[in-house]
Design a protein around this ligand. Structure first.
Ligand SMILES: [Zn+2]
Length: 161
């Protein structure tokens, strides 16, 4: 399935179906026992497919953001993935994981974070929540399955760290 079509389908309702999106793109998602400082990994597997491993001990909201962030790398940086990418808690390529991918720098991490924010908190769903009377950042965070801090950053209420 084309990526834009798959994204549109995943964003029909809230919370955005990030696992269904991965499935539509042929990416398998696994909860894994990763080092505490590692949020997730994007790893090439057999047959030209990819797998996302997400830290099993992290909260669901963080796991959703991690999966969306790794999808951002899949969409934008597929030629840089090499043996794999892993992300620390701040979504930076890390020595704490199995892969230290030096091709992925701050610009790529920012791009993946922006992709994740727009995927999980698209403007049309924020508008729908407003119309349904869910107007506070906390109500919207709950409805969209994201952390309060991610929601506040997306809404411009607070600055990214
Ligand atoms: Zn990353």
């Amino acid at each position: 399935m084309m990526i834009v079509d798959a994204i549109r389908r995943a964003q029909r309702q809230y919370p955005v179906d990030v696992i269904g999106l991965c499935r539509d793109l042929g990416i398998s998602v696994h909860e894994a026992y990763l080092a505490d400082d590692v949020s997730g990994e994007l790893v090439p597997i057999a047959g030209g497919h990819y797998q996302i491993n997400v830290n099993a001990s992290h909260p669901k909201t963080r796991q959703r953001f991690t999966i969306a962030h790794e999808l951002g790398h899949f969409v934008h940086h597929r030629n840089l993935i090499g043996a794999g990418i892993d992300d620390d808690r701040a979504y930076r390529s890390t020595n704490a994981g199995r892969y230290h991918n030096t091709m992925i720098g701050p610009a790529q991490e920012t791009q993946a974070n922006r992709f994740a924010a727009n995927l999980l908190m698209p403007q049309h769903l924020i508008d729908r929540l407003q119309q349904e009377g869910k107007r506070t950042p906390n109500e919207q965070a709950y409805a969209l399955g994201v952390s309060r801090s991610a929601m506040r950053i997306r809404l411009g209420v607070s600055e990214p760290v």
